[in-house]
Design a protein around this ligand. Sequence first.
Ligand code: GAR
Length: 211
Amino acid sequence: RKKVAVLISGRGSNMMSLISAAMSPSYPAEIGLVVSNKPDAAGLTKAADLGIKTAVVDHRDYKGDREAFEHALNGLLKDNAIELVALAGFMRLLTPFLVNEWRDRMINIHPALLPSFKGLNTHERALDEGVKLHGATVHFVSAEMDDGPIIMQGAVPVLEGDTPETLGARVLGVEHQIYPKALELVANGKAKVKGQKVSTTGSDASGSDAL
Ligand code: GAR
């Protein structure tokens, strides 16, 4: 089983979906560490309650020095023999240092169908644009924000009368479905980066999950 660190900044519902999946002995990854850049992230207590090792690397201790923050984080990952990193609502932009250090071994979930709606407030912006389909994307992390080879996407309809909250809740449901599946593909070597894209192999290796 590949040893995975999940990086969070808040509630940690995606982290919980990964932890739940990894409770199955046949799952190819184990969650060996949860790290937050915020000491008060609710996800930290949820992970600790399940007996998972947690740590805080508070970005405020590094006074805007992003690389110093990332060196501390990277040291922690190395000390814990981490093999894969899963960002789950980790709200810090990464520098090329950490991205290069974990190239093809760090994945992220974004609440939109990339390359549409990179950045924040994705559900509000999707409603403003009048798109009829919205969703979530799991991708390998590259130097650009919310960019990098796409591993898996899940789509949901945008319904009449949706608010950012109702649409966001529908998208979150699909996030919780696709993130464990995508991590599984990465951990068992079935999703591999080939240039700008990911090729998936194996009978259960579908890269989409439309509801
Ligand atoms: C999730 O919707 C995730 O996709 C999003 O933050 C939320 C975290 O929720 N991530 C981003 O916006 C990254 N750019 P969670 O803490 O309950 O998993």
